[in-house]
Ligand binder design. Sequence first.
Ligand SMILES: Cc1ncc(COP(=O)(O)O)c(C=O)c1O
Length: 399
Amino acid sequence: MDQSSRPPFTYSERSQGMTSSAIREILKITQQAEIISFAGGLPSPDGFPIEEVRSAYARVLTDAPRVALQYGPTEGYAPLRQWVADDLTARGAKVSADEVLIVSGSQQGLDLLGKAFIDPGSRILVETPSYLGALQSFGQYQPEIDSVPSDEGGLDPERLDADLCTHARFLYALPNFQNPTGRTLSRSRRVKLLECAARFGLPVIEDDPYGDLRYTGQAEPSLLSLSRETGASVIRLGSFSKVLAPGMRLGYLVAPRELIGKLAQFKQASDLHTAMLTQMAVYEVIKNGFLERHLPRVQALYREQCRVMLEALDAEFPQSAQWTRPLGGMFIWVKLAAGIDCHALLARAIEHKVAFVPGAPFYARAPEMNTMRLSFVTVTPERIREGIARLATLIKASG
Ligand SMILES: Cc1ncc(COP(=O)(O)O)c(C=O)c1O
């Protein structure tokens, strides 16, 4: 056979189903300095604890270099697992260290859960809309994704009926300051959701990277902490990306021991373990209550930028538009008048040097084309006002 006619690579069926994330493509354009970008999902570098991280790495490399630079256990660095367990226990969810798996960002946790639970054609449930990175991650394993209808209060547990839940492998839920909408589930909805999950034997994945970024009001109890009283099975994902820095790629997953064992086998096959140096440095930063001092600074920064964006939206956007008023997190979700296509609007917005993420890729099915996600955290107040004014002019011209 003539080898020159052979294509250079023969891809698996799975790789043929993979597409590049719409958001990554948009971000490439919007990273140009002159564009006012509300498109990013990045935390503000002004909130990174640079000095604390620098000195923590130095301490680890001075005090324990032979451990920090060596291979480590797949489940994670024991003191960090214990810290996570103690922290969650203090917040009302009794967790032990062997129920914690340290992961290389909670994104890896999503991938491991997809590997463990999804066969081609398995049914899984997500919110409408939901986190694009989870849709992508689960999508690799070729599930049937069904959406649970949601409203201004987030996922509507009244809609979790036998038709939807029977045979579903899990429900993926974002209870706090959801990505992309900024919505938060009330306590009563949390309890109802867990009662339904318990009734149908449906495991719930609670993804909560933003819960500590609350700017107003009292924290709602986590689904994990409520699970014991309702009898539901909850797997919790947490992340250090939004409370410290995402470049360290550190998160955790809490699950019953049996499942931790299964997920650890997949993690071992994937990356053996999360970098010991990073785990030890993060433990060094947080072990003496640093987050309690640090988080109020990040919350204050985001609270102000969120306030400025809401004020600008109130002043500039047309009456026909609606938007969320988040109590924390990084995102505002806007719904424009029916008939406005936010993909077409984005093309015009980029010509006017302002950008956002159109809402469609956040839907597992039946996207609403007139929606968009705005992030306020990496843009200064003056540029927020200017960017929202430019967008408002374009929207009014489209209406
Ligand atoms: C809802 C949600 N889950 C998970 C992740 C992934 O975070 P990590 O940096 O911990 O991998 C993100 C990142 O933005 C997110 O928004």
